[in-house]
Design a binder for this molecule. Structure first.
Ligand code: NAI
Length: 248
């Protein structure tokens, strides 16, 4: 028996990286998986196949998580195809780093819209479904920089702090309906998002991490599985840092 047998999990931006790892881990615990990404290309189709190989149903949907109407449409389609949504992971995210003096309005708006507004869009569309089911688990993918801030990432850090406050507020608003909401704050995780950083920067990060290594997407997927499952049925409104003990 899996921890998520028979549940339907919706994960945004899961064609690759942390979202994909979460999808695979949830599938290995018995959940049927729906995920979104900007395009369902060969890579995303391969992700669908890898998930299906775990013996569950899976489908990828092309949708821009930052777009309110797109999101309402895709959630309605998912509801039609899969009949329910038990778990929502707001994972889609981007960086457009820069110091405040040089940050453009476009850099600010893009990051806030893709990282934070997307979570509003999906929570708004999924909550009526979860209310009818009298149960649901929402997980927002934040970041340690949303807790501590980070020079050169004001837009990203603000979006991630917003995701934490959004989870805490939804936990308070929806708890009486059986809906839980939590945030995960990953530290330095080795994915495509961080691959472009120079070796020097990566080495600097690792020096600050007591466990002396960058995290893996699987490290995040394990905590997401805890928050998605009934193992955490009395946990809501929390932010869990998954960062190797890093002290920023
Ligand atoms: P990634 O860049 O490898 O994957 C992000 C996925 O989101 C991609 O498949 C991308 O196509 C998709 N995406 C981007 N914009 C989208 C949109 N508008 N609509 C739908 N999908 C969209 O990133 P990674 O590293 O897997 O990150 C996943 C989440 O974890 C992000 O929210 C990121 O901010 C967060 N995170 C990552 C950390 C890291 O060290 N990698 C650390 C802390 C948080």
């Amino acid at each position: 028996m899996g921890l998520l047998d028979g549940k339907v999990a919706l994960i945004t931006g899961a064609a690759r990286g942390i979202g994909k790892s979460i999808a695979l881990k949830f599938a290995s615990e018995g959940a049927n998986i729906v995920f979104t990404d900007l395009v369902i290309d060969d890579n995303a189709s391969n992700t669908v196949k890898e998930i299906e190989a775990k013996g569950v149903k899976a489908k990828g949907y092309a949708s821009n998580a930052a777009n309110f109407d797109d999101t309402a449409k895709v959630v309605a389609e998912i509801q039609k195809d899969f009949g329910r949504i038990d778990i929502l992971v707001n994972n889609a995210g981007i960086t457009r780093d820069g110091l405040m003096l040089r940050m453009t309005e476009k850099q600010w708006d893009m990051v806030i819209n893709v990282n934070l507004k997307s979570a509003f869009n999906f929570i708004h569309a999924c909550i009526p479904i979860m209310m009818r089911q009298k149960k649901g688990s929402i997980i927002n993918m934040a970041s340690v920089v949303g807790v501590h801030g980070n020079a050169g990432q004001a837009n990203y850090a603000a979006s991630k702090a917003g995701l934490i406050a959004l989870a805490k507020s939804i936990a308070q608003e929806m708890g009486s309906r059986g809906i839980r909401a939590n945030a995960i704050a990953p530290g330095f995780i080795i994915t495509a998002m961080t691959a472009s950083l120079s070796d020097d920067i990566k080495a600097e990060w690792c020096k600050k991490i007591p466990l002396r290594r960058g995290g893996t997407p699987e490290d995040i997927a394990d905590v997401a599985t805890f928050l998605a499952s009934d193992l955490s049925s009395y946990v809501s409104g929390q932010v869990i840092q998954v960062d190797g003990g890093m002290n920023m």
